[in-house]
Design a protein around this ligand. Structure first.
Ligand code: SF4
Length: 387
């Protein structure tokens, strides 16, 4: 373990939302002003008082996520930012992101966020089609998103991410293309385009789970795209965004040159990160910890922390899973430097076999997913689990 001082990223979780989206399994819920206020005070206490070993000094990026962080009052966001600055040294060129939902900010609030040193916005759009937005139970229309986007530019933001979700019920490759083109036309610096996953506990899960009683009543949920259509949508995303000058640097993330998300890249390359707030996770020098999810416990008694010392196997697998999601993949030399074992001793056979199947490409020292490998990335990544 490093006994000196280390640098890290910081993630801050704000769990509040106006209402729950149909697909959402994040730790998020509605909250009244008093609860929000008490939560922010507890969060500031955690930021200011939590002790780490080794000592953390420099912060390379801050990400305020949720939930919907932009639902907080500006003075609450200000108190959080001041607490981080009082306790840590945010490096001058650090990326500082806040997630924003249309309908929860106006020009004034965005301007004030920018003045607080927040230099990147991540706007949850999800779809440019108002029917799809209704299906997702989003709180905003596409027009409201456009107003937020324009206000963000006017407020001085020069680094904006827009989130999209594809493979929605009723969606077809053609309608997905319209979504992608409309967003690309706006030229945000970064676009995240994920496919819908129906997670347990969500409204969509209740709708799509195999419910015998419902089937007998003849009720059928709206059809989801087929796997082939989903793959087609992924190809469309890449083709359209590349034609607008974006490059894919991770399975679901695209950026204009120089605008890859530093915070996410740090996470995918297994840099240290601290997590504050309920449910937030962190990793410091090979120890992973997770805060409990109970908000009243957090407010009244502080975070209920569980720690896990990662085994060598955990670290090796995580390095492969996260690294292979990125377009540049992993390198055998870095693997050997980090883990002190020859790459081929651990993964030689797996890699040869996946290469024969056209799922992995070995290019000198580098190993990355092929196009086909990306289509079935869950399978390919699962092959790197050590038996
Ligand atoms: S806004 Fe985001 S976090 Fe909140 S309910 Fe919707 S998907 Fe979940």
């Amino acid at each position: 373990m490093n006994e000196g001082k280390v640098s890290t990223e910081i993630y801050i979780h704000i769990p509040f939302c106006v209402k729950k989206c149909a697909y959402c399994d994040f730790l998020s819920f509605a909250g009244n002003e008093e609860l929000k206020h008490r939560y922010v005070s507890a969060l500031i206490y955690e930021i200011e008082h939590r002790v780490y070993k080794p000592k953390v000094e420099d912060v390379t990026s801050v990400f305020i996520g949720g939930g919907t962080p932009s639902i907080l009052q500006i003075d609450e966001i200000e108190r959080i930012m001041h607490a981080v600055r009082r306790r840590y040294r945010i490096l001058p060129r650090a990326e500082v992101t806040i997630e924003v939902n249309p309908g929860t900010v106006d020009y004034k609030k965005l301007r004030e966020m920018h003045e607080l040193g927040i230099n990147r916005l991540s706007i949850g759009l999800q779809s440019t089609n108002n029917e799809e937005l209704k299906l997702l139970v989003r709180i905003h229309s596409y027009e409201e998103f456009l107003a937020t986007y324009d206000a963000a530019r006017d407020a001085g933001f020069t680094n904006i991410n827009v989130d999209l979700i594809g493979a929605l019920p009723t969606q077809k490759p053609l309608t997905w293309r319209e979504n992608v083109v409309k967003v690309a036309e706006l030229k945000p610096e970064h676009i995240s385009a994920y496919s819908l996953i129906i997670e347990e506990g969500t409204r969509f899960y209740a709708l799509y789970s195999d419910d015998e009683a419902r089937r007998q009543r003849g009720e059928r949920p709206i059809a989801l795209p087929t796997e082939e259509e989903e793959r087609e949508m992924d190809r469309i995303t890449k083709e359209v965004l590349e034609s607008y000058g974006y490059h894919r640097y991770e399975i679901s993330n695209y950026a204009l040159p120089g605008f890859e998300c530093e915070h996410n890249k740090g996470y995918w390359t297994r840099k240290n990160y601290l997590g504050f707030g309920i449910g937030a996770a962190g990793m410091l020098e090979g120890i992973r910890y997770q805060n409990g999810k109970d908000i009243m416990h957090y407010i009244e008694s502080g975070p209920d922390i569980s720690e896990q010392m990662l085994t060598r196997k955990d670290e090796v697998e995580e390095y492969m899973f996260l690294g292979l999601r990125m377009d540049k993949g992993v390198t055998m030399s870095e693997f050997e430097r980090l883990f002190n074992i020859p790459f081929r001793d651990v993964y030689g056979e797996t890699t040869d076999s996946l290469e024969r199947d056209g799922l992995i490409e070995v290019d000198g020292d580098a190993i990355r997913l092929t196009e086909h490998g990306r289509d079935i990335s869950n399978y390919v990544l699962s092959e790197y689990i050590i038996g």
